[in-house]
Design a protein around this ligand. Structure first.
Ligand code: ARG
Length: 302
């Protein structure tokens, strides 16, 4: 990794050894102080303008926060009045090895979040990897490491530009596979694709074009692929938080929790309906700060 690269913008250019390291699963969350549906930038928001109840949203968020605190450390960033979607903090960056690739949101309505997250990461000592405005990139919304943390899956087609994939992967000198999203309901990779700690992949095949499905199938053996139905996918069944064997997710309205249970996962289903009105669920409300391996419960890289 080159510290002289112009994409890094930490004034102090810290040595890599001094970057934040987490020996426990650690996430960032943003309370829904200013959460609302103020505009429509995804199909889920249509018909939901100003419909979320802030009280219910707070209850649901607190419940998720409490459950997550039992299995991980949770840091907080305050929401901002000009950023009603900031609660979906997963999309503001992608983090690994103390480096935070900051998003360049596709929509001006979410671009206001970037400065707040950049400041938080700089203050917390992360090395900030900038992404150019002209090649949109929406953080963990569209880029997910496998559980071993040595390969990146990145989506394009709706929000994130394909041209951003190589630039983002360069922050860690990692390999990257591009996937093309084709259904506007599944506008972020984290709505239809979730690498799990046991080496499984939870995914909705209908969200991808045929070449992308072939790449997914080449990356995950049949016995490791857990395909969800369209009905499950529309309950945000792939938007899960996975820490070790634990999974936190919105109720999938099916037997998916039992199916995951048979594979060794402990699933907790939560009511996150106020956030689904905005187009996001459990995973979208958290941003992973600890390395993928630590979060997955794998031994740290030798
Ligand atoms: N309103 C937010 C947006 O459209 C919701 C993000 C939730 N995203 C997700 N991947 N679940 O950007």
């Amino acid at each position: 990794m080159s510290l002289t690269s112009t994409a890094f913008t930490n004034s102090s250019s810290p040595a890599l050894a001094s970057l934040p390291q987490f020996d426990r699963p650690t996430f960032l969350m943003c309370p829904p102080e200013w959460y609302d549906v103020n505009y429509v930038i995804n199909p889920w928001m249509a018909g939901n303008l100003h419909r979320p109840s802030r009280d219910r949203a707070f209850e649901q968020w607190k419940e998720l926060h409490q459950h997550l605190q039992r299995i991980a450390d949770v840091r907080l960033i305050h929401g901002q009045p000009d950023s009603p979607d900031m609660v979906f903090v997963a999309h503001a960056a992608l983090v690994q090895h103390g480096v935070a690739a900051i998003s360049s949101f596709a929509h001006p309505q979410r671009q206001t979040e970037e400065q707040h997250l950049r400041r938080w990461f700089q203050k917390a000592g992360f090395l900030v990897w900038e992404t150019p405005r002209e090649t949109c990139f929406e953080g963990e919304g569209d880029a997910l490491f496998n559980s071993a943390g040595d390969h990146l899956w990145a989506a394009h087609g709706v929000r994130t530009c394909r041209q951003s994939h190589r630039h983002v992967a360069d922050a860690w000198h990692t390999t990257v596979t591009s996937l093309h999203l084709v259904d506007p309901r599944f506008y972020h990779l984290d709505t239809c694709f979730a690498p799990l700690s046991g080496g499984h992949l939870l995914y909705f095949p209908g969200a991808f074009d045929a070449p992308s499905l072939a790449r997914i199938e080449a990356g995950y053996a049949p016995e490791n692929r857990i395909a969800v139905t369209e009905a499950e996918a529309t309950h945000f069944a792939c938007n899960v938080i996975n820490v070790g064997q634990s999974i936190l997710m919105a109720a999938a309205g099916s037997d998916l929790a039992q199916r995951l249970g048979r594979l060794g996962y402990e699933v907790t289903e939560l009511d996150l309906r106020e956030f689904i009105r905005g187009g996001g669920s459990a995973k979208a409300l958290t941003l992973r700060l600890s390395d993928s391996r630590i979060t997955s419960g794998l031994p740290a890289q030798p």
